[in-house]
Design a protein. Sequence first.
Length: 693
Amino acid sequence: MTSTSIVRATCPHDCPDTCALLVTVQDGVATAVHGDPEHPTTAGVLCTKVARYTERTYHKDRLLHPLKRVGAKGEGKFERITWDEALTTIAARLSDIAARDPQAILPYSYAGTMGRVQSNAPMRFFHRLGASLLDRTICASAGAAGYKYTIGAGIGTDIEQFQNAKLILIWGGNPIASNLHLWTRIQEAKRRGAKLIAIDPYRSLTADKCHQHIALLPGTDAALALGMMNVLIEEDLLDHDYIAQHTLGFDQLKQRAQEWPPARVAEVCGISEDEVVQLACEYGAVARAGDGVAIRANYGLQRVHGGGMAVRNIACLPALVGAWRNAAGGVQLTSSGSFPVNTTAIERSDLLKNKLTRTINMSTIGDDLLRETSPSFGPKIEALIVYNANPVAVAPESGVVAQGFAREDLFTVVLEHFQTDTADYADILLPATTQLEHTDVHSAYGHLYMMANNPAIAPLGEAKPNTEIFRLLAQRLGFDDICLKESDDTIAAQAFDQRHERAIHFDWDALKQKGWQKLNMPDAPFANGGFPTPSGKCEFFSDRMQADGLDPLPTYIAPYESRASNPELATKYPLAMISPPARNFLNSTFVNVQSLRATEGEPHLDIHPNDAAARHIVHGTMVRVFNDRGTFTVKARVTDKAREGLVVGLSIWWKKFAHDGKNVNELTSQRLTDMGRAPTFYDVLVEVEAISQ
């Protein structure tokens, strides 16, 4: 007799939507994954990627047994071993290294799963070990820093209010590809008469469907925001009462904004004066009418030298016009700061017990793996434990990253579902469970729901949850701390601080039953001020920035690499390059799912017709893209979606599926942003040439 059940789960991937899933299970096999129609954000709809999650879970190439390397690093040659041999080998190597200096051991993880249990709880093991800490900067830390200086925390407009807005600025994002459920609400706003304006160097799928597209130069978003401030002040499109009651430093901001008239902004941004003036006037006029003016600021705009400042400048705009008064107004960068996550309970940093340790920036892992022991750096990295990440494909300046991973004296352990580019360099490769096979609890960064993930099926093969792997390693190393033995359910029950008013109703058992529960949040979080800054106000002038050695007022910080800021380099490499996400991948996840890879096609580079003609490149030509850091080969798509002077390489392809075993990150830099110590993926100059057939 067939047994069928429906299990409540959560999409684990690095996406603002954090969808509620319903998994159909027949006789222990997951047969389908659907969106929960009752969840207000998911509304029964999943993206193409996650709708095929069973294809990924039961993929023929799924890692199901522990493996050890038998070939050269990077060759990807392994043989099967037992869990006992794997754990014994890892424990012996880590014990040996830790006896000399545990800081020579480094965990490397990010958002392969966003679950608080499988992502954060492994830090208990590393804290107890005394390993180096990892500064997890690779996605959002620049923008988060700029936003926090201004607003106080990652709190903004609720996604459920966007359909009520009358003007929506989609700034540095492509929600059709990476924020589908926000796009659904934006489309509803459009049907109700809202105007949509995309601000993006590239005419993305989203920009194509907006009423207006402002194609500014990469890395100039901060200047455009300053130009808007200038016009808003000059035209007196301000909410003087809101400014007086709920902001700090307006007089200083007014002086700064005077330095950015539309003519200067137009020159810096590569757009027209009319575009600057019209944008600001529409923004101010709609807000003055009492209608919702909402900005969706995404992380693409902060992956440049001045990325943190760019987000800060944009975050100032709603307070100038009083947009926060309307629930459908304001700005959303992230909702993550709304969640009272009990990080201390999950990660247990107290296990360090005052051990001295250092912090390594994940965005400079290439250089750091090649550093020798020094007083300023500390011990050479001797062991690397990678989980929820694929740095050989994803980290900047990939050629250097691969050199670091190829070190024969580096002991590397990788926990994975598939044999990724990074897994090819592992000494020991361990099979991890997917979201359908383990317990987890989630916050979100695009909505306001606490989410539960119940395991739908038993782990395939010999796969184990991340947490179980680190529990077993802790046991092998003789760590007897009770918290290192806690179950995933026990950890999940500690995820949110119930003392906080937003999560006072959090109950893990109840959350598992329903699958999701909304935080206690007002519809308009800053309608009456109450910003979580030291002053309680939106801080146009920031004492904290000044104390941190930064300009305390909004300003413009030019890209490291642009025609204006580095004309000598631009003579050699005249094209700016950005690498936004491909629609059918999620960072480097799903690249190995054949149906999705077939839909995406092959690696390609979008180039403007004028730039292509100057280089004798026609549509479909194989081209070499290069700068001083590296080179990769790709097929050209000649299109005016890329503005003149810009090329766009949609990412992130695994190297093993690329034409020449390389991807766009061969050309990106390990230089960091103005704040937040984040990577500058979109701050790149290159040249492109046709390859002779």
